[in-house]
Design a protein around this ligand. Structure first.
Ligand code: ATR
Length: 284
């Protein structure tokens, strides 16, 4: 890839950001389509978020992704939110056009596409989501309209209550919440087709463990949105139990494809993006 004075710049802000696979995915797409664009990581501390966002705007960056811990905090620096992002209350994609910053949430598309690609229709399955942070909010919002049953379990019950309040106000649909304990999770799994881990357990630096039995029901599908070079502990455990599993790279891929299309107006080369992820993971 040749970067020149005319190259358009895209990027991702987060802290940490070194682990992000988004530069690999997005640059593979630009290269495949012969676009004169580059996607770079920017490590931005929370205390510098406002200055960084102003800098991205003034330097003519066209679009950027937003990751932990800025997904909610960044909202106050944006000019406008798309309706889905507003309803979710968290954003992961910003487009800058005519000097205006518009926030979007493509995690919602990401989770639905990842499920569909793996043969799971949200309308025909019941879901239990673990977590009530930014990622969990987007997933719950994406599923609530179609699924017949949605449960959210979170370590901090108050946060699950906040998620429920917001979601019911937006959709009018019922959602069950509880605290994340082994007993509650076991009880929910009896009524769950697909379990989605949207906590940060399994990420580097998080030593927490999901309170779950060693043997999971064999007909359960386990989707861990946390991605790592190898399978997370939850995915390994699910495989040992004979469950079908979906890795976090699937959601990463489809949220990236949706962001690419928002920025460029061009159909994302998803197969190329997927191949780049796989070969990068193997090369490390
Ligand atoms: P993200 O934007 O990636 O969703 P977040 O908003 O910080 O990140 O949310 C992290 C989620 O992981 C929260 O639901 C958090 O639970 P709390 O609300 O109780 O903090 C959950 N989480 C993180 N570490 C955990 C652990 N060790 N055990 C249980 N839940 C954990």
């Amino acid at each position: 890839m040749l970067v020149t004075g005319k190259t358009s710049v895209y990027g991702i802000i987060g802290d940490p950001v070194e682990h992000s696979l988004s530069p690999v995915i997005q640059n593979s797409a630009f290269e495949k389509l012969g676009m004169d664009c580059v996607y770079v990581p920017f490590r931005v501390a929370t205390s510098a978020l406002g200055v960084a966002v102003r800098g991205l705007r003034s330097q003519g960056v066209i679009g950027f992704n937003v990751t932990v811990p800025h997904k909610t905090e960044i909202i106050k620096y944006l000019d406008k939110l798309d309706l889905i992002a507003k309803n979710v209350g968290a954003i992961n994609t910003v487009k800058i056009a005519q000097n205006k910053l518009v926030g979007y949430n493509t995690d919602t598309t990401g989770v639905v596409e990842a499920l569909k690609t793996n043969g799971i229709s949200p309308g025909d399955n019941t879901f239990t989501i673990l977590g009530a942070g930014g990622a969990a909010k987007a997933i719950a919002y994406a599923l609530i309209e179609s699924t017949p049953r949605l449960t959210v379990l979170n370590r901090t019950f108050e946060k699950a209550r906040g998620l429920k309040r917001n979601l019911m106000r937006r959709s009018g649909k019922e959602i069950k919440i509880d605290s994340l304990t082994k007993r509650n999770l076991e009880r929910e799994l009896l009524k769950t087709d697909v379990l989605i881990n949207a906590t940060s357990i399994g990420m580097k630096g998080n030593l927490g463990k999901i309170p779950i039995e060693d043997n999971l029901p064999q007909d359960l599908v386990v989707f861990d949105i946390v991605y790592d070079r190898c399978d997370t502990e939850l995915v390994r455990q699910a495989k040992r139990s004979g469950c079908r599993t979906i890795r976090g790279t699937e959601m990463l891929l489809y949220q990236a494809a949706a962001a690419f299309e928002l920025w460029t107006g061009v159909k994302a080369p998803v197969d190329t993006m997927r191949d780049s992820l796989v070969s990068f993971e193997f090369s490390r």
